[in-house]
Design a protein around this ligand. Structure first.
Ligand code: SF4
Length: 349
């Protein structure tokens, strides 16, 4: 299989042009066509010699993300279901905020992590996405925004899949996103979210980046977390917290802990007290409370609004910063994996 044209970082393009005996500036030209002019074919790269375009065509293929469905929410959120070349389906979301457009990307086809509140994991993991297939989601979003003269201003890696289980592709994706000759997205405007793959929290801490890290914590202790997130049996709670402390010390950056509130499961005052106890040793910790979306196949109910505020008050009383995530796209099933799950269901009929 030929690699995708978006699979390479700038450094890899430099290497490629060198290996093929071309001057170094060709790498910049290729990058410019891909990420600044955002062309969709090799023929459009008109300032490249014909022989180079032919070589690119021979060695690479463009990613095709065929739009299967598009859902637009009243709040401006747009969710796409894309079909990949091998017919697998993935989701990408564009969210409109007062500060700009944010894109939520998918890193794997399905997910093997098995979080009990998540639709993305229902069919297990099919395969990892190539770097180019992750990058193509942002390029596609930007091409759509080009039509209205807007740009992608931030990225969250929170779509389908566990990015730390597709680590190398995720890192290539990040390198391309932040490169000044590419889409040039500010590092501080990018967030990677993990369910807690401990070795890669350490690895990420040792990368020299300003990219934000979010941890899906969802429970204040080992026993409850193992029930909600089987990954906790592989990487126990205490080890995950230890890795987070290392990350904070190493980078001086805050970590956002995502906490999906599930009615009667993890949303009681004692859970908030216990969570505060764990996090108060980490002065840079921030908790993002997420009212859980109803997943048809699961039995979780929503936490009443007043209980969400109560949970937040307990954290803040204990000097742990906490915000409540604004819900977006709830009228279009924008929660991770819901559209893909519906699509799989209907294709199976
Ligand atoms: S929440 Fe994320 S890590 Fe957990 S199953 Fe869903 S996609 Fe996988």
């Amino acid at each position: 299989m030929k690699p995708f044209i978006y699979d390479y970082s700038f450094e890899q393009w430099q290497e490629w042009v060198k290996t093929n005996g071309m001057p170094a500036f060709r790498a910049g030209q290729i990058f410019d066509w891909l990420y600044v002019k955002r062309v969709t074919s090799f023929e459009q790269m008109t300032n490249l010699p014909k022989a180079l375009r032919e070589l690119l065509e021979e060695q690479f293929r463009f990613v095709t993300l065929d739009e299967i469905a598009r859902y637009e929410s009243k709040d401006g959120t747009v969710k796409f279901l894309f079909e990949l070349q091998d017919k697998n389906a993935i989701e990408t979301v564009i969210m409109k905020h007062s500060y700009g457009n944010s894109v939520c990307v998918t890193t794997q086809v399905g997910c093997r992590i098995g979080c009990t509140f998540c639709a993305s994991t229902l069919g297990g993991l099919k395969r990892d996405l190539a770097p180019g297939e992750i990058i193509a989601q942002v390029v596609k979003a930007q091409q759509l925004l080009d039509a209205v003269n807007e740009r992608v201003s931030s990225i969250v890696i929170m779509g389908i899949g566990e990015p730390f289980e597709n680590y190398d592709s995720m890192m290539t994706f990040l390198k391309v996103m932040i490169h000044e000759k590419g889409l040039n997205i500010g590092q501080r405007h990018i967030t990677v979210s993990t369910s807690g793959i401990v070795p890669n929290i350490y690895r990420f801490a040792d990368e020299d980046t300003q990219i934000n890290l979010a941890i899906s914590i969802h429970a204040p202790n080992d026993a409850l977390r193992s029930k909600l997130m089987p990954v906790n049996r592989r990487f126990p709670f205490a080890d995950m917290i230890q890795a987070c402390k290392y990350y904070t010390e190493k980078t001086g950056r805050r970590i956002t802990f995502e906490y999906a509130l599930m009615g009667g499961v993890n949303d009681q005052p004692e859970h908030a007290e216990e969570l505060a106890e764990v996090l108060k040793e980490m002065p840079l910790a921030h908790v993002n409370l997420i009212p859980v979306n109803f997943v048809q196949e699961r039995n979780y109910v929503r936490t009443p609004r007043e209980h969400i505020f109560r949970f937040q008050r307990i954290l803040e009383k204990n000097k742990v910063n906490a915000t409540i995530r604004r819900e977006q796209g709830s009228d279009i099933a924008a929660a991770c994996g819901q559209l893909r799950a519906k699509h799989l269901e209907s294709s199976a009929r």
